[in-house]
Design a protein around this ligand. Structure first.
Ligand code: SF4
Ligand code: SF4
Length: 109
């Protein structure tokens, strides 16, 4: 799995999700202390709207070894974002994030 030595997408895109996913809401699980309010109905992972972006939950060195501090409790956009080429999934945004951080593109499969 290329993600554990990458992390580029966690430091490239704004990560927005519905506030019902916050652990401050009934049935939610994403730590509210790591998110900022965005609109009346959405919030975002803190740090992902900065320039350059980097999610506060991302641990480690991009392109070396990384992990998500809230992996079990990450929001939907993170769960839906797949590495390009893994399990036949095509996700050009993955390779765009990697290019942004000077990492080689993942091959199509
Ligand atoms: S940019 Fe792609 S390879 Fe890198 S962590 Fe994100 S999904 Fe994984
Ligand atoms: S919550 Fe985890 S998977 Fe999602 S952007 Fe932040 S570090 Fe990446």
């Amino acid at each position: 799995m290329p993600c554990q030595t990458c992390g580029a997408c966690c430091a490239s895109f704004r990560v927005s999700f519905h506030h019902s996913q916050l652990d401050s809401e009934v049935g939610g699980y994403v730590p509210a202390m790591l998110a900022d309010e965005e609109t009346a109905s959405t919030c975002r992972m803190r740090g992902t709207d900065r320039s350059p972006p980097r999610c506060v939950a991302l641990q480690g060195e991009i392109g070396e070894r990384v992990s998500c501090a809230i992996y079990e409790f990450r929001p939907d956009p993170c769960r839906d974002f797949a590495a390009h080429g893994v399990h036949g999934i095509q996700n050009e945004a993955c390779n765009q994030a990697r290019a942004r951080h000077g990492l080689p593109r993942l091959a199509d499969h």
